[in-house]
Write a protein that binds this ligand. Structure first.
Ligand code: BGC
Length: 882
């Protein structure tokens, strides 16, 4: 039996609104082993019967079932295309179908204009507005598509119904360079005769308050008025077509959202609702003409997937009174979410909920760490009766909500939280016999969910929620395991490049609202771009995506940006020691001076280490793309940086000049330790670990690689010991303290119950969740082969330890599920592995003395362990460890 289980387009099941031919990939299932694809054919057609073909590959003898890129395909705008893949393997054949929808293929085809219901005098308010238009359709509709975007945020409606399930559209990008629009199939929304289309608009990232104290301006970063742009094509059964666009024939009005911003929440007055505003024939409301807003339509980009949506539903676990008498709802999970409220009240009654993350040491409401963000939602009844309300143009980072006002007694059934973040498929899972580790994985996953609200943010609660590049850089490998992040990162990467300085410097935050706006912020006035480990996201993230998906396309797209960043470092380095203006260094490490954010490892060292690391990756990237000249040039540069690093940061006895854990970690993990001093460097790291009683004192730079630096150098046992520490400071200390997401500081909540200063104390920062990649690559042993990325060839090499009885991991790769489960029982280790169809794997047995059952595989003594080469299929190997 051979099946094609799914076709992916640019690594997504669904693409609606793309303006390029996607890459195709498909996954198989088979009950046989060693199955490789022998041939495939791919057809793209305008109709589901495949009679109007626009592309036909013919039979292609190839084992490529990913990154298949049809060439010379001409696509029409706002049209559904049907795709069929047929493939043969192991003497059988299977096929599968899917479809995708195009956006507006060429921005010159936009016929309408942005229209606004706001005036310039509205620059400083963040109210909601409506824009609407009625139109008539002359006959039966065969198909219809609408492409929509906004300056601000929009919710689009046709005939009273919200179109699609996206939220917070069009998302946040470097708007002046890149503004996404979304396309929807609206065939089912339309009717013959009278119709109405409209949108509700909010300030969002575009004009609402964004950024923290000290910045020169904190609102109107991109403009002063919200506006809508839409273009709908309606194709009739009779073959004719019609287009409806936003223009001055639309009208506008104020909406019941009287205030909405990302940080502060939403205020909604139901008395201001206009009944039937999005339905044809509406006579209510005070409608006024809209104004056209000039905007460069050349920056519009069709977004096919990776949009924000309402995801998990979380029911509250408890409503209680604090010692200070506040009524508080506990949702049991820290998250980015909206609260949906069901309530009964009378006209004028008010519901107000203030969201927050943690209780203070006395169990009272703690708002201080939100700084200037209010995270409040308020609803005023416009009539007597039952209502359901949830906000629209904001999101909150919280576990708790304080009930400031509610008609009657609030009960659990009145509230549901809806996690809100970019819609991504869950791809990776790990479960172990240790509940604390499982909770850590849970916390890492929820850190991801909470901070993937359209851009990779540092935190979702305080007046920040910015695309800090360092956090994104260190966490992206873990993220790429847990969820299908392809569309999310591909969109954001475009902004990383758009916001690069002409010299190739990379902004600290992307989208960059800081450069040119530093004001008297004590930190940022020293520099708004190009910090080691932060800016290196320009190289590390595309490389990670290449490893994860096997996607060369992303390397091609980002090549100029990556090279620009390496050249920036090269041009600002002094004799290969790189350092530049504001550096965050080993940010929030515990070896910092009391109260300081800057860890003890010198910037020259962390900067130069990253200079070498990124340059080394860039060489591999140039190799993957066959850019021979660059391979030569940058290999030379790489060698010089490494030489300089070794001369500068090692003394004549082979000791590192900086006696910090992080210095040793990067020297080892980035491969910068001189070979003859490698052992000494390892010994140095162990010594520094012992000095802290087995605890880490590392920050953003050292933490992600601590366990790797140990396990790669013969100290798997010590890596597990570090991982499993559960007293302060450690990953599991947070777990023991009841964390449901990962904290920004090891000492966010100190053992004595006090907290790190409220000026920067998030309990939902994914950065330290970067340990997740060690759990995947080492504990569970799911590793990518750099030469055959995307798990076309996997290296399955789990390292047992930590007194774990079992570890069970699965990653749904581009080729299908790669699985590894190991169990230690009665002195034997049982390893169960799944290798996807059309891929191969090297299976490595950690410390195997005797193999009891090889399940048909041939193991031989390899470098450091017994190894076997495996084709696709499931295997169960039993062995005894030495
Ligand atoms: C953020 C960090 C970020 C840092 C830069 C903080 O305010 O929350 O996670 O990377 O600034 O040092």
């Amino acid at each position: 039996m051979l099946n094609i289980t799914q076709i992916l387009m640019d690594y997504e099941k669904e693409q609606t609104g793309i303006t390029h031919v996607p890459q195709f990939s498909w996954t198989f299932e088979s009950d046989k082993r060693n199955v490789m694809q022998q041939y495939y054919s791919l057809v793209i057609a305008k109709d589901a019967a495949f009679s109007e073909k626009v592309y036909e590959s013919g039979k292609v003898e190839s084992d490529a079932s990913a990154q298949v890129e049809p060439e010379n395909v001409i696509l029409q705008s706002q049209k559904r295309y049907f795709v069929k893949v047929t493939a043969g393997a192991a003497g059988e054949e299977a096929s599968c179908e899917t479809s995708f929808v195009t956006g507006i293929m060429d921005n010159s085809q936009w016929k309408g204009a942005f229209v606004s219901a706001e005036e310039e005098s509205d620059a400083d308010n963040s109210k909601g507005t409506y824009v609407r238009k009625e139109f008539s359709l002359k006959g039966a509709v065969k198909e219809a598509f609408v492409s929509v975007t906004a300056l601000g945020l929009y919710k689009f409606y046709i005939n009273g119904k919200k179109v699609g399930t996206d939220e917070l559209t069009p998302g946040w990008t470097s708007y002046h360079n890149h503004l996404c629009y979304q396309t929807y199939d609206v065939t089912e929304y339309l009717q013959e005769g009278a119709n109405a289309a409209g949108a509700e608009l909010g300030a969002g990232w575009f004009k609402g308050k964004m950024g923290f104290e000290g910045l020169e301006k904190r609102r109107n970063h991109y403009g002063t008025c919200t506006a809508l742009l839409a273009q709908m094509v309606i194709r009739y059964e009779d073959g004719t077509e019609e287009v409806v666009v936003t223009d001055e024939s639309w009208s506008g009005a104020d909406a019941p959202v009287v205030f909405a911003e990302i940080y502060d929440g939403e205020i909604y007055d139901a008395a201001k609702e206009i009944d039937g505003w999005a339905v044809a024939g509406c006579k209510k409301g005070q409608w006024r003409p809209v104004r056209k807003i000039d905007y460069d339509l050349a920056v519009l980009t069709g977004q096919g997937s990776g949009r924000v949506s309402l995801m998990d539903e979380v029911k509250p676990v408890e409503i209680f009174k604090t010692p200070q008498g506040d009524t508080v709802i506990d949702f049991g999970q820290n998250m980015s979410a909206w609260i949906k409220v069901r309530a009964q009240g009378k006209k004028g009654d008010v519901i107000r909920l203030d969201c927050f993350e943690v209780l203070d040491s006395e169990g009272n409401v703690y708002l201080d760490n939100l700084r200037d963000a209010k995270e409040s939602m308020q609803y005023t009844f416009g009539y007597d009766g039952d209502i359901i309300y949830q906000p629209s143009f904001t999101f909150m980072g919280f576990r708790y909500a304080k009930v400031v006002s509610f008609p009657g007694e609030p009960k659990l059934e009145n509230f549901t939280a809806h996690a809100i973040h970019t819609k991504m498929e869950r791809t990776g899972r790990i479960e172990t016999s240790n509940p604390d580790l499982n909770q850590l994985m849970h916390n890492i996953l929820w850190g991801l969910k909470s901070n993937f609200v359209d851009v990779p943010t540092d935190c979702p609660q305080r007046d920040e929620r910015l695309g800090w590049t360092g956090d994104a850089e260190i966490f992206c490998r873990t993220a790429c395991f847990l969820e299908d992040t392809y569309s999310f990162y591909r969109k954001w990467r475009r902004d990383v490049e758009a916001d690069q300085t002409p010299e190739g410097g990379v902004a600290h935050v992307v989208p960059d609202i800081i450069s040119g706006n530093e004001g008297d912020n004590w930190l940022l006035k020293q520099g708004s771009h190009s910090a080691a480990a932060w800016a290196d996201v320009a190289v590390v993230n595309p490389w990670t995506m290449y490893l994860t998906f096997g996607d060369r396309e992303i390397l091609k797209i980002q090549y100029k940006s990556m090279k620009g960043w390496i050249d920036f470092m090269k041009n600002h380095a002094k004799d290969y020691i790189w350092n530049y203006k504001l550096q965050f260094g080993d940010w929030v490490a515990l070896d910092a001076e009391e109260g300081s954010y800057f860890g003890a490892t010198p910037n020259d060292l962390t900067c130069t280490a990253y200079f070498a690391y990124s340059t080394g990756l860039f060489v591999k990237i140039a190799e993957a793309l066959g850019c021979e000249e660059d391979v030569k040039e940058y290999t030379d540069l790489y060698n010089k940086i490494v030489e300089k690093f070794q001369k500068t940061f090692y003394d004549e006895n082979g000791e590192m000049t900086a006696q910090t854990q992080t210095a040793h970690i990067v020297a080892l993990y980035f491969g910068l330790a001189p070979e003859e001093y490698r052992e000494k460097t390892v010994a140095g790291l162990l010594r520094l670990l012992a000095k802290e009683n087995g605890h880490l004192v590392t920050g953003f730079v050292g933490t992600p690689y601590f366990c790797h630096a140990l396990s790669q150098n013969g100290h798997v046992k010590e890596a597990y010991e570090l991982l499993l520490k559960d007293d302060f400071p450690s990953w599991l200390y947070q777990v023991k303290k009841g964390a449901t997401t990962v904290w920004e500081h090891w000492d966010g909540l100190k053992p004595d119950g006090t907290m790190w200063s409220a000026d920067m104390n998030s309990f939902n920062h994914y950065a330290y969740g970067a340990i997740g990649e060690w759990l995947v690559r080492v504990m569970a042993g799911l590793e990518v082969d750099e030469k055959k990325p995307g798990y076309k060839h996997s290296v399955i090499y789990p390292r047992m330890g930590g007194n774990l009885e079992y570890v069970d991991a699965q990653y749904d790769s581009v080729y299908g599920p790669v699985k590894c489960r190991w169990e230690d029982r009665f002195g034997e280790t049982v390893l169960k592995v799944n290798v996807p169809v059309n891929t191969t794997a090297t299976i490595c047995l950690d410390g195997a003395g005797e193999i009891k059952d090889s399940d048909g595989l041939t193991f031989a003594e390899g470098e450091g362990c017994m190894k076997a080469e495996a084709g696709s299929g499931e295997y169960t190997v039993t062995f005894v460890r030495k």
